[in-house]
Design a protein around this ligand. Structure first.
Ligand SMILES: [Ca+2]
Length: 176
């Protein structure tokens, strides 16, 4: 809290208030700021979530290793829940810099359905034209960086090495 919130005046590191007699005043220490609700260093904060694009060439990696790297930071590969989040990720996070893994993959040994690593249900998708191709050997999803594709999604080989987007969701969902 700031001194003003306490109806005190501020001078350097002190808050104080004048008493009616004029000369006397009371000092208090400024309370420490509350723990930051913001995101870990490097993450971008948006709508209660935190996002990080890992794009350094030497950190680009397979889809599974990217998910593990996110988990080490208590994150997951990014899920995309709705059209605003898609626009935010494509615009503010990706910024046309590089194709990047998101947290969507196809269960190639099961019923071929797609799921998010963070457990959100798949009720929004933003596939590029003709995608997903669902070819054998594909099954992990990148977000395109090229302006022509506007952040659309592509299923590709899980073993390809790409940049990736981690997301920390403050809102939790438990669908099991
Ligand atoms: Ca594809």
């Amino acid at each position: 809290r700031r001194c003003e919130d306490l109806n005190f005046c501020s001078l350097k590191d002190l808050c104080f208030t004048f008493q009616p007699e004029g000369q006397k005043y009371e000092e208090i220490d400024i309370p420490p700021p509350p723990p930051s609700k913001d995101c870990p260093s490097g993450y971008i904060s948006w709508k209660k979530n935190c996002y990080l694009l890992v794009e350094d060439t030497d950190k680009r990696t397979t889809w599974l290793e990217a998910q593990k790297a996110c988990e080490k930071q208590k994150a997951n590969l990014a899920s995309v829940d709705h059209t605003y989040e898609q626009a935010f990720l494509a615009g503010a996070v990706l910024q046309g810099r590089t194709d990047a893994w998101i947290g969507l993959s196809r269960d190639v040994r099961g019923n071929e359905s797609y799921s998010w690593t963070d457990g959100w249900p798949v009720f929004y998708t933003h596939w590029g034209p003709g995608e997903p191709t669902n070819l054998a050997g594909e099954g992990c999803v990148t977000m395109h960086s090229a302006p022509l594709f506007h952040g659309t999604w592509n299923d590709t080989s899980c073993n390809a090495k790409h940049a990736y987007i981690c997301k920390i969701s403050k809102g939790k969902i438990n669908i099991f």
